[in-house]
Design a protein around this ligand. Structure first.
Ligand SMILES: [Zn+2]
Length: 514
C-alpha cells in the first residue's frame, strides 16, 4: 500500500474559523495531541501574522519531536525570515510558502502578470531553501488556475528547491472528477514532478472536500491537508479523521494508508472541539455523538445478533470506549493521577494538585464523576495561564424572580490584586451578571455570541459556556465550565477578557486564505 502523508492545519487554517482564537497553551496542548495522533506534518500557524502567533509556533516547533512542524508565509522575505526564526528549532523545519496563480487572484489581488508571479515564486522558494531543509509551495486557488500555467510554475519552483507542491481548492469549488483530472495532468506534464510530492488541500463550501481529497489521492496526491473535525474558514476544510477512516474501511477500494493512530481520533476531536468552541454536530461522520447510535428497532435487533449488520465502523476503532471506570468521592489522589494519564494528560505536580482539588469540589456536588467531566477539568487546568495577572471571580450572587428584574452582585479580583464588588441588573440572570462584570472591568466589552451546552448526560451534568466578545474592539472568545450554568457563564466571560490581556502585540494581525 502506498503511504499518504497527513498534513494537519487545524492550528492555522482551522484556527481561522470565525470566532476561534486559541492562545499559546491551548495550541501547544492540541499540538501534543496531533503528535500522538501521528500526523506527519503539522502547520502550527502563520508566524508573520502576529507576535502571539509567532510565539505559539516557536513553542510548538521547540516542543514537538515526532513530526515536522511548518508555518505559513506569503511570498516575501520578511514573512520567510520571521517563519525561520519561529521554526528553526524544530525537528524537521519546513516552510509553507504560497502565491496565487488563478487569473482572478493575480489580476485583482496581486496586480501582477503571470510572468511576474512565476519570477516571485521562484525567487522566494530559492530564498527559503537557503534556510529550510523542506520547502512546500502552494499555488493558491489552483483549481481555478490555468492548467498549463500551473505546469509551468510547478516545474520552475521544483527546480528552485520546492519538495512539496500543494494544489489547494482555496474556495471549495471543484468536484472529484475535475480535481482528479488536474492531478493527473500535472503528474503527466511536469517533467521534474518525480522530485516532489503532490499535495491536496480542499475546502468544503460545496460539501465535497473529503471526496475531492480522495479523488486527488487516486490521481497522484501523496499528501493530504485538512483539519480535525473539518473546522476552518467558511464551511471548513476536509476532515482528516474522515479521510483516514475512509481509507481504512474501504481498503478494498483504496490502496493507500496514512500513519494516523485511529484510536486517538476521539480524543483529538474532543480536545479540538472543547478548546475552539466549534461543537461537533451529532450527525457528523466518524466523530458525531450519534454516529454510532442505532435507534430503529430493526437495526437494534440486527446489531444485537451481529454488529456488522449495520455498523461499518466500530466505536473502538476511533477510540470510543463505552465501559470506562468512573471516579467518585472516595477516589484518592493516586486513582485520579492514574485516570488523568489514561485520559492522555501529562500534568506537572502543581497542575495535578490543582486539578485534584477541582475534582474533589465536584465530587461534593456530583455522585459520579465521568470521563467527560474529568476531561473538562483536566483540559481547563492544563491550558490555564497560571502566572499571568488576570480578573478572577471570587463570589457572586443572583436574585431572580419571574416578576422582578434580576440583580447580580459580583466580587472580583482585578489583575493588580485589588478586590472589587458591584451589583447591577439585567433582563435575565446571565445579562445581570454580564452587566455587573462589565462595570468591574476596565474595558469596553460587548457580547457577540453565547453558547451553552452540557458535558455528558444527566441532571447533574457540568455546564459549558462558550462566548465571543469584543473587548475594546478586539475580538476574543472564551470558555468556562462549572456545575452551575450561571457560574460557567461568568467564567467564560472572564476567560475571554483575560485572553486579551495576554496578547502582547496586536499590530500586524492579519490572516490570509490558502
Ligand atoms: Zn485553506
Amino acid at each position: 500500500m502506498a503511504h499518504v502523508n497527513v498534513f494537519d492545519t487545524t492550528l492555522r487554517d482551522g484556527e481561522q474559523s470565525a470566532g476561534v482564537n486559541l492562545d499559546r497553551l491551548e495550541k501547544v496542548e492540541i499540538a501534543k495531541q496531533l503528535e500522538r495522533l501521528g500526523v506527519d506534518i503539522m502547520e502550527a500557524g502563520f508566524p508573520a501574522s502576529s507576535q502571539a502567533d509567532f510565539e505559539a509556533v516557536k513553542e510548538i516547533a521547540d516542543t514537538v519531536r515526532g513530526c515536522s512542524v511548518t508555518g505559513l508565509a506569503r511570498a516575501n522575505k520578511r514573512d520567510i525570515d520571521i517563519a525561520w526564526e519561529a521554526l528553526k528549532g524544530g525537528a524537521e523545519p519546513r516552510l509553507h510558502v504560497f502565491i496565487a496563480t488563478s487569473p482572478i487572484h493575480m489580476t485583482h489581488k496581486l496586480k501582477k502578470t503571470p510572468d511576474e508571479v512565476v519570477e516571485k515564486a521562484v525567487e522566494m522558494v530559492a530564498y527559503a531553501k537557503e534556510k529550510f531543509p523542506h520547502v512546500q509551495f502552494s499555488a493558491e486557488d489552483a483549481l481555478r488556475s490555468d492548467q498549463d500555467f500551473l505546469v509551468h510554475i510547478i516545474e520552475k519552483v521544483i527546480d528552485a528547491g520546492a519538495s512539496v507542491i500543494n494544489l489547494p481548492d482555496t474556495v471549495g469549488f471543484t468536484t472529484p472528477d475535475e480535481i482528479g483530472r488536474l492531478f493527473r495532468y500535472v503528474r503527466e506534464n511536469v517533467p521534474n514532478i518525480d522530485r516532489a510530492i503532490l499535495s491536496t488541500h480542499n475546502h468544503d463550501d460545496l460539501g465535497m472536500a473529503v471526496s475531492n481529497s480522495l479523488a486527488a489521492i487516486e490521481n497522484g496526491a501523496r499528501q493530504i491537508e485538512g483539519t480535525i473535525n473539518g473546522i476552518g474558514e467558511r464551511a471548513g476544510n476536509a476532515a482528516l479523521e474522515e479521510i483516514a477512516v475512509a481509507l481504512k474501511i474501504r481498503q478494498d477500494r483504496f490502496d493507500f494508508e496514512t500513519g494516523l493512530v485511529l484510536k486517538e481520533i476521539k480524543r483529538t476531536s474532543d480536545l479540538v472541539s472543547r478548546l475552539t468552541g466549534m461543537q461537533v454536530p451529532g450527525n457528523k461522520a466518524v466523530v458525531g455523538r450519534n454516529a454510532f447510535a442505532h435507534e430503529s428497532g430493526i437495526h437494534q435487533d440486527g446489531m444485537l445478533k451481529e454488529s456488522t449488520t449495520y455498523e461499518i465502523i466500530t466505536p473502538a476503532m476511533v477510540g470510543i470506549d463505552s465501559n470506562r471506570m468512573v471516579l467518585g468521592k472516595h477516589s484518592g489522589r493516586h486513582a485520579f493521577k492514574q485516570k488523568a494519564e489514561e485520559l492522555g494528560f501529562e500534568l506537572t505536580e502543581n497542575k495535578l494538585k490543582e486539578a485534584f482539588e477541582s475534582f474533589k469540589t465536584l465530587t461534593g456536588k456530583k455522585k459520579e464523576v465521568t470521563d467527560d467531566d474529568l476531561f473538562a477539568i483536566l483540559t481547563d487546568t492544563q491550558t490555564e495561564n497560571e502566572d499571568q495577572p488576570k480578573y478572577e471571580l471570587k463570589a457572586f450572587q443572583v436574585q431572580y424572580g419571574s416578576i422582578n428584574r434580576p440583580t447580580a452582585t459580583v466580587l472580583l479580583t482585578r489583575p493588580d490584586g485589588e478586590e472589587v464588588e458591584k451589583a447591577n441588573t439585567g433582563e435575565g440572570s446571565v445579562e445581570a451578571i454580564y452587566n455587573t462584570l462589565d462595570d468591574l472591568i476596565d474595558a469596553d466589552v460587548h457580547l457577540q455570541d453565547y453558547q451553552l451546552s452540557s458535558i455528558g448526560k444527566g441532571r447533574d451534568a457540568l455546564a459549558e459556556v462558550h462566548v465571543q466578545l469584543t473587548v475594546d474592539g478586539v475580538k476574543a472568545s472564551g470558555r468556562g465550565s462549572a456545575q452551575d450554568v450561571l457560574e460557567a457563564s461568568a467564567h467564560a466571560f472572564l476567560n475571554a477578557v483575560n485572553r486579551t490581556l495576554y496578547r502582547s502585540k496586536m499590530e500586524n494581525y492579519q490572516k490570509v486564505q490558502v
